[in-house]
Design a protein around this ligand. Sequence first.
Ligand code: GLU
Length: 644
Amino acid sequence: MSDVTRRTVLTATGGSALGVIAASATPAAAAPSTPATSATASTAPAARTTTPAASSDRRPRGGPVPEPPKASEAVGYGGAVSCVDPYAAQVGIDILRHGGNATDAAIAMAATLGVTEPYSCGLGGGGFFVHHDARSGRTVTINGRESAPATYTETTFTDAVGEPLDFDEVVNSGLSVGVPGTLATWDVAARRFGRRRLADLLRPAEEIARRGFVVDAYYRSHTADNAERFARFPETARVYLPGGAVPEVGDVMRNPDLADTYARIRWHGVRDFYRGRIARAIVDEARRPSTAAGVDVFPGQLTLADLRRYRARTEHPTRTRYRDLEVLGMAVPSSGGIAVGQILLLIEAFERRTGKRVADLPEAEYLHWFSEASALAFADRNRYVADVHGVPQRALLSRSYADERAELFDPDVAAERPVPFGAPGRGGDGGGRGRHHREPHPGRSTTHLNVTDRWGDVVSYTLTIEQTGGSGITVPGHGFLLNNELTDFEFEPLTDGVPHPNLPGPGKQPRSSMSPTIVLERGRPVLSAGTPGGSTIITSVAQILLGHLDRGLDLVDAIAAPRLSSRNGTETADLGLAESPVGAALRVKGHELSSTRWIGNASGIALERGHGRGRRWGRPRLVAAAETERGDGGAARVLTRRHR
Ligand code: GLU
């Protein structure tokens, strides 16, 4: 980005681009201070010194914030962060440097991603936060998933004659908007695990939103992909298509409305979002989205009571005993923890059946195993796992059930898809095959971040507004997009005559695939990982775990490896895998591969124990890793660098 000389500052103020303010500015020259300063300053009693009046002064102090350095791997000690975006990584590392812990850094990073990755996450969405406390050895999750309005029923997404509503029409409407859980998640996390006040942790993000950040190719392409959709909602076009155009790479994008919203929350508290002025703005817009002339969309049903009732809840993670490791993930309403766990347990069960070790398999054979395990896990996921009572989590994650299901595995031939779901805990064949699960966008929406700090705490956090750009609806005057998370519900039963657990319901949370994961060895964390990508999240996380833990890949290579996503229907593969000799060998076994450019956008941190000095002091060597190619590469940072 340092070769960028043209700077157009784009801002929603006044509804048009303000033009070139710093032609030929280099990033360093353009900004007298960086988020580092703001993070340092964040320890001051910010909320008391910043009044709403002062915060609504839309003139930014200082020029645009220059793009921080970006690398897909960093090795060192003392603390580490990884995610998709260099601004968020910088904010996180600054917080760690100035005494914040992993939770503080994770919240500040997530708030920053709400500015720089506003189509993947933000105040209008939800997510799952997994926290490992080194001192107590406990891992706790926070469920910040969006929930449906109290008026939703199993037939909310069907028309008068029982036919499902058009999916895209629901996406781009108030009907897809669930109660946002992201701010409640930060609030719970900060109170339970943080060292800093939430108000202080929002400051770096507020500053970046106000001063502006440098548009990169990833941001530009996300905006371009959604331009037509955004144009249907004038407020979204005003904020995200300033001057009616898609910003160019190298432009500076500002979002003073969002800066004001963060300032308002810092001043008035989280209450304002769930009960105050912001709550009213959300409800009004979701119920009656303002649209461009000639555009008609479904009204939403959110009420102030729905927002007032919302709570982000702390819950137990799923626990999968895999070899001598413990894999901790997200329980329902995510299917991630269970499905990732099942894939790993099935791989172990295949080893018992065949007498082979997955570590020794040639690539094509390994991917055949992986694909078959994934298909079996997805059959059960699609049938049983959702936000309902009685999900057979224990049985699904048992070794005996994996052995039972492994009987369907043929080491030489791909099973016919869809494979049948099983009968966990009951023995025998579940029998039903189910219809192929609808998968609208196995893409790049959603975002994931990882943090570990000097105390050894770890956060693995995936957050989203569902589709890239969410519902396309921006809350007027507040600068953030509302989610379309409720389209993660099924619109109608998948299997005729079988009531589906993921149909909508009052206050219900739609099933997710998000899989923020922490792996422990003898009670101590050795890995954190996660990714966006809709239902491909599950296969990507499982493949990264297998690549790193079993097949001896460095974490960055496990993340960079071509992905195969088999979800009990078509199998997608990225980075040319389908066209490679390995792809050809998979086809010989009966796999039908379809090719896609990128699956997911992952990041992780490996905590390597037992190396040299690290072993002596019990201090792990940290390897932060992100994508090398997908999403134009991610951002990995450590506090104190060491070379490999
Ligand atoms: N809404 C999806 C889920 O919760 C995540 C969206 C995505 O990653 O594309 O599973």
